[in-house]
Ligand binder design. Structure first.
Ligand code: MD6
Ligand code: FE
Length: 214
């Protein structure tokens, strides 16, 4: 692991957190996850407009979005099957990057083809809004934008490359952020469908508020 950089209060950037062999092993583990839990296309609440990003999840809970709204649920929206377990390397990343946090319950897997984007949003569907979110990027570099806790706050941009990690916590836990674009051909990590070109982003989250008992 190389040095960590404070991007702003509560946001820490770890460039090159995953080595090239670790990235390759993680892609292999994710391919197994995706055989059990294939990508689905989330839809906007109310309008049903499809996202340009495709998604899946691993862990006890998964984030989904459709006409009924945004939520976490224990099963895949199309297969009805429980989400696969989180690969070990993700649990290790959580321990290293969010030490002393309750165990992660959800890992959202976002897949961006080179035309996909993600609008500015806050991650606020969790009951636990205190534990940090840990993000890992694989494949093509993306231009990530981050602002403050008001949509109108000024934003800054950061390029997230394959292997980079970002930890979002403290005063930035509810900061607005999004993906402006993916830089096509910037990585050779992903070369076989359903991960062919483009970018994967993994976000590990605690969803429920941990109690002393667990
Ligand atoms: C992405 N990331 O990098 C989108 N959310 O594709 C997120 O939406 C995100 O990177 C919460 C915390 C960290 C993140
Ligand atoms: Fe987010």
């Amino acid at each position: 692991m190389t040095g960590a950089l404070a991007i702003r209060d509560g946001v820490t950037y770890h460039p090159g957190y995953l080595s090239a062999p670790e990235q390759g092993d993680l892609v292999i583990a994710l391919r197994a996850v995706l055989r059990e839990a294939p990508f689905f296309t989330p839809r906007m609440p109310r309008t049903g407009k499809p996202f340009s990003v495709r998604m899946s999840n691993c862990g006890e809970l998964g984030w989904v979005s459709d006409e009924r709204g945004y939520r976490y649920q224990p099963a895949h929206p199309e297969t009805g099957q429980p989400w696969p377990a989180m690969p070990k390397r993700l649990l290790q990343a959580w321990q290293e990057l969010a030490p002393a946090s309750p165990v992660p319950e959800a890992c959202l897997i976002n897949f961006y083809d080179t035309s996909a984007r993600m609008g500015l949003h806050q991650d606020r569907d969790e009951d636990d809004l205190v534990t940090p979110v840990v993000s890992l990027s694989l494949g093509d570099t993306a231009v990530f934008r981050i602002g403050g806790t008001s949509r109108r706050d000024p934003t800054t941009s950061l390029k997230l490359a394959s292997g980079d990690a970002l930890v979002f916590g403290g005063p930035a836990r509810l900061a607005f952020h999004g993906i402006d674009r993916v830089l096509a051909g910037s990585s050779t990590l992903l070369h076989e469908p359903p991960l062919a070109g483009g970018r994967i982003n993994l976000t590990l989250r605690r969803v429920t508020r941990a109690t002393v008992e667990n």
